[in-house]
Structure formats: structure tokens, C-alpha cells
Design a protein. Sequence first.
Length: 574
Amino acid sequence: MTKKSISKLNQKRSLKRQVGKWRSWETTEGVARAPHRSMMRAMGLNDDDINAPFIGVASTHNEVTPCNAGIKPLADEVKNGIISSKGTPFEFGTITVSDAISMGTEGMKGSLVSREIIADSIETVCFAERYDGVVAIAGCDKSLPGAMMAMARLNIPSVFVYGGSILPGHLNGQDLTIISAFEAVGKRQSGEINDKQLRDIEMHACPGPGSCGGMFTANTMSSIGEAIGLSLPGSASEAAVDQRKKDSSRQAGVAVMNLVRKNIRPSDILTKKAFENAVTLVVAMGGSTNTALHLPAIANEMGIKLSLKEIHDISMRTPLLADMKPGGKYVMFDLDKVGGVQLVMKRLLEAGLLHGDEMTVTGKTIKENLKNIDLNHKENNIVRLVENPISKTGGLVTLFGNLAPDGCVLKVAGHDFGKKFTGPAKVFDQEEQAMEALRKREIKAGDVVIIRYEGPKGGPGMREMLSITGALVGQGLSESVYLITDGRFSGGSTGAIIGHLGPEAAVGGPIAAVNNGDVIEINLDKFELNVKISDEEIKNRLSNWKPKKPLYERGTLGKYIKLVKPASTGAVTS
């Protein structure tokens, strides 16, 4: 090839990149790429398709969980939007697991691990195929942050689409969620309800497809998608079966093409201030404790540090506005009817609590997106006015102390625990022992239940403990017993529960030194968590401590144990 022909080829490539084909041309341009184009033609692509920008459509549709069972039609609409905007979509799949179905079993150890696999798989396909942009559609808890982590790693124009929330179930004039079923187990164990009543709740709790309905982890992460700028405004609260969900999915396909042509990437959107916006929204809505795990993990992919202390500080200056389950009364379907996440964001923005100049996937700023949102100054039961909040501070706090040098997380939304709690420790190594003690009614009011060796390495995988927290609620112990763990909780868990305690027991954290009967003190004036023994005694006990043999040495969980970092930094594996 002559210098003149090379120059013409480079000019052609430069032109293609200007209209968005600034990476996929590597697989389509020139004589050497004839075999590559031949493979594309085998899938029905013509010259116009091959010359257009290539957009990956990462779909988590599956038959594993109702959260993701309805996603296939949304992926089709995303592709329609891309095609209408002169792009070429390529749909591919990735995994998800159902936390609710795995809950309380050994299989739950794979839940947090799946977040890493989802992120890795989306990154791998888009990297290998040289896609110019990506739209990811996800529904269940770990698929949302996993998709966002992949977008941050790839740093190609990206839009996140939420699969949508489930409609509330109904029984005897009351709304139900999946949490109702978990709590009913505890009520059955305590004799408060009978087998027929338990079955009635089981049959009515989940009426169809969609993610769990309260401000649990999936809806917390979908709300984060809007606040952080990766999702289209208004899309977080749409129900899975709402026809608006198809329209917003199609518009996501249009939006990613706009981002490609304007070369707006996640690095332009996912700034430190954007993460602060996300935390602000979560604590104003009483969102999941898993925020303190997933947001630092996404930030890590952008090279941004988001600490537990920063999350706490934002919560201390942010009012709790939304009365959302599990601590409150309402589900996402109710929030959607009064204006959705945008209503909460507009109220926070008007109060000066959000950074309004942050870029979003619309190509506009947060402030511009919210410009025409009616604040609806008449207060409703679901979202309070900033001047009349549910509480003056937000729904999440972090505690430090000699039992948690790296910190731990407590959800206070919807609770009044009192400023201090002191009680004797009842120590269990892993979840099953504690669940058996609950079944036998051995946990009493005033106890501090310690469940250890459930952290990122020790579990491994930080199992959520919704079965236990649900049973505590069902037995009437949710606020008279503190539950402390180096594992984590479902976004649907409620009660006096402290998770993500670090360092975890498996690496010799102080929680490994706690004995039955040791006095534990929770001080919410100072936001401290301490075991009432001396530092010297802790040191002496740990000098005789020996790490346990890893429960898994091969396969996915074996690799995870070797790679995973502490919960305080997001339990990432990079």
C-alpha cells in the first residue's frame, strides 16, 4: 500500500470515527477485514449495517428470577431505537442469580460473586468485539451494579436500562412484597399464624414479573441509575409490566447513539460529584445498605474513592423524604404515581443538596433534565417536603470502633432504635447456626447476635441474611435484638441490623475475638460499635487465633476468595 493510499484510508477512518464508528472500524475496514465482514454478513448485515456504529446490547433476560424474566421485549425495543438512529445493535446475554430463591442456602454465597461475573462478561464482549457503545438491561440486585461497573471499565458511550419493578401483591386489603413472605416464616415459627395463612401469603406476595417492589436493593440501584446519570430520567420507577417501560427502552437505544456521536462517555458522567448525588438520593429515600457496597465498587472502576465515612457524612446532611418499604409504608409503584425518582431529585435540587451541573446520558445536566418537573408543593404521604422530612438526617449511617476499625453499616430509615444499646454477645460462626438458634427460640430480647465468617472471604461472598432478619421480625425481635455481622443484608431486611463489619473474621478482624457473653455497646450519639474489653485483651485473643481453611479452593468461589478485597472498599476483585 502506498503512502497516498494509507493517507486516504486514515482519512476514511477519521471520518467514520467522527460519526461514531471510532472503535468498531478495527473489525470492518480494509482488505484484511474481508473475513470479518463475511462473518457479519452471515448474520444478515449489509453494507449500511457494517458501516454504522456497533452497539452492544447486554441483556440479562433469563428464566432464573422474575426480576429478569420480562427483559427480552425491552432488549428488542433498545435495538429498535438503535436501528432508528442509524446504528447496528448486537444483543448478547449475561448471567444473573435470584437472591430470593438462593436466600438461606449455600447457594447464596454465589450472589455477590455474580456481580463480578456480570461486569466481567459485559466488559469482555464489548472489548473483544470493539463495540462503539453499550446499552445494558438488568433487573435483579447484582445485575444492576455489575452492568454499571462494566460501563465504567469500558468507558464507551453507555446507557443503563432497568427491567422494572414488580407490582405489589394484595391479600385481605393489604399490599404484599416478597419480604412479607420471609417475615411470615418467623410468624409461623412463633405461632402467630397457621399453615394456611402462610400459604396465602406465599400465593399472593409476587403477582408477576419485575424486581422486588420496595426500596430494596434493585430499586435502590435503579434510582441510583437516574441520580448518577446513567439512566434516562423517569425510567427508574416504571413497573416491569408498564408499557412506558418499552418506550423508555427504545429511547435508551436512541440516547446511546446520541452519546456515540457526541463522544460522551462514562468518564464524563461518573464524576465524584455524581457519586455524591447518588448517595444523597439513596439516603433521602431510605435505600438499601448494599449502596455502601455497590457504589464504592462502581466508583473504584472510575478510579474514584468513595468511603463509608463519606456516605455517612452525606447522610448526616440529607433529610429522609420518602416513606418507602422496608422501613416505611410504600413501594416503587406508589412512588411512580406521585412523580417517581424525579420528584425526589427535584426537591433535593431545589434545596441545594444535589450537584445540578453533572452530565447525564441525555446529553444534558441533572438541572436541565429536571427543569420542567412539577415540584407538586402540596405534600403527599409518599414523598415529604424538605421542610417537613420524616427525619432531618438520611437513612444510612456508618459506625466505627474497636469492633469495626474499618467501619460497618446500619440502616436507620423508619426506625427509632434509641441512642444506646448494650447487651451480651451470642456468637455464631456462619448463618446456619444462628438460624437454628432462632428456630429453637433461643434468641431473647436484649441479646446482641454476632454472625461471623460471612464476609467477602470468609463466607465467601457476604450472604444476605433476609431469612434471619425476616424471622426476627416475625418473632417480634426486630428492634429488641441487635444483629451484627461481617456479612450483609438484603435491601428488604429491616430491624436493628449492622452489616459489612470490617475487618472480617476470616482475616483476623476483632469480630473473630468476640466470645459469648462479651458486652457489646452500640452508641448512635458517637456512631461507635465497641466490645467492652480492652485493646490488650483483643490483641491477646487474636494472638491465639488461627485462620480457618477456605471453604472452597477451586472454581468460581475459590478464585473469589483469593481476589476479593474488603467490604469497606466495595468487595471488588480488581
